[in-house]
Design a protein around this ligand. Structure first.
Ligand SMILES: [Zn+2]
Length: 147
């Protein structure tokens, strides 16, 4: 992961938050949201740099058996503290759903990569998990008075 101390620019002249600014804000927000979302037993780290898909602003990898997760935030995709908070909450909600990773890993372990069945399952998995994260986000927003 690349870590730059200078202001990060994307295409055009748009100026984004520096990695230091992002890190400072994440260090302030992460413990709060870990507590609020009920995952203090997880060890969650955050790195800064591009995601595996350049269109993504953030991603999260999880080792559910160890309660360990790593969130990646791409500085080039975040222009405000609100966007950082939105990404952090989104990725933490993926952590909340991590137990389903265990199920999927077992169900798909003998699947042949690149087959139609593989592509269909991957697309359905992605859709289902993202919808669940969005629904949880709506639930959290609906508790606005608490947060
Ligand atoms: Zn997601």
């Amino acid at each position: 992961m690349s870590e730059k101390s200078e202001v990060v620019h994307s295409s055009g002249d748009e100026v984004h938050l520096t990695v230091e600014q992002m890190r400072e804000y994440v260090e302030e927000l992460l413990p709060l949201w870990i507590q609020r979302l009920g995952c203090p037993h997880w060890s969650i780290s955050v790195t800064y740099g591009p995601c595996s898909n350049p269109d993504w602003s953030a991603q999260c990898s999880r080792q559910v058996a160890y309660d360990v997760a790593e969130i990646t935030l791409d500085p080039a995709h975040h222009d405000s503290k609100e966007e950082i908070e939105r990404s952090l909450i989104h990725e933490l909600l993926h952590v909340k759903l991590a137990v389903f990773d265990l199920y999927r890993n077992v169900v798909t372990q003998n699947r042949l990569p690149g087959t139609a069945a593989d592509r269909e399952e991957s697309a359905l998995w992605e859709f289902t998990i993202e919808q669940a994260v969005k629904d949880l986000r709506r639930m959290v927003s609906g508790m606005g008075g608490l947060f």
